[in-house]
Design a protein around this ligand. Sequence first.
Ligand SMILES: N[C@@H](CCC(=O)N[C@@H](CS)C(=O)NCC(=O)O)C(=O)O
Length: 202
Amino acid sequence: MLKLHHHPLSTYSRRVRMALIEKGLEAELIELDMARGAHREPGYLALNPYGRVPTLEDDGLVLYESTAILEYLEATHPSPPLVPADARGRALVAMHVKLCDIQLARQTGIIIFPKRFLPKERWDQAAMGQAKKEIEKHLGILEQQLRGKQYLAADRFGLVEVCYAPFVEFLPLMEITPPPAVAGWVARMLERPSAKETKPPM
Ligand SMILES: N[C@@H](CCC(=O)N[C@@H](CS)C(=O)NCC(=O)O)C(=O)O
């Protein structure tokens, strides 16, 4: 059986948990006590030397990096599909997934980690302000691409939304009001049962 090492507050782990639900896959969920530093203990580092979650185990294969895990699940369990069948559609998914990581996920981490886990006097306000600007710029670009569409790739829910959902969940905490087409898209992806079931305690 698949084994997923995760944490319920982890955005990147949530991507994988959503994909498992979307695909109807069973997995043993192993929650790491990260507050206690379980992700830095030798046993876990032997599995994932970066000491991060998620990590997936499948019959001797050990995979980390959420997007690599998602690609593996898609390749091994293609039905129901989370990516289109054609090369162009797949290339667009790859592009949007990468852009989610470099234009939104990284910046969201810069803002929400301190907001969720650190006292205000330890916040790096300058870095947080810069990250917020970068996110707003990215959402402005997505707004253009989403006009007249329900979803970013192939106009149906898929891997792109699985990657975005855990991060756009925090737009209110980041005090970012998305433009209208993005707001509709965000609402649609967060309504998904897989998103509701994995929603972290706020
Ligand atoms: N690029 C990685 C990022 C994973 C990541 O940063 N996970 C966070 C939790 S959301 C983590 O494990 N942080 C612990 C640490 O960096 O010490 C992925 O896509 O899986």
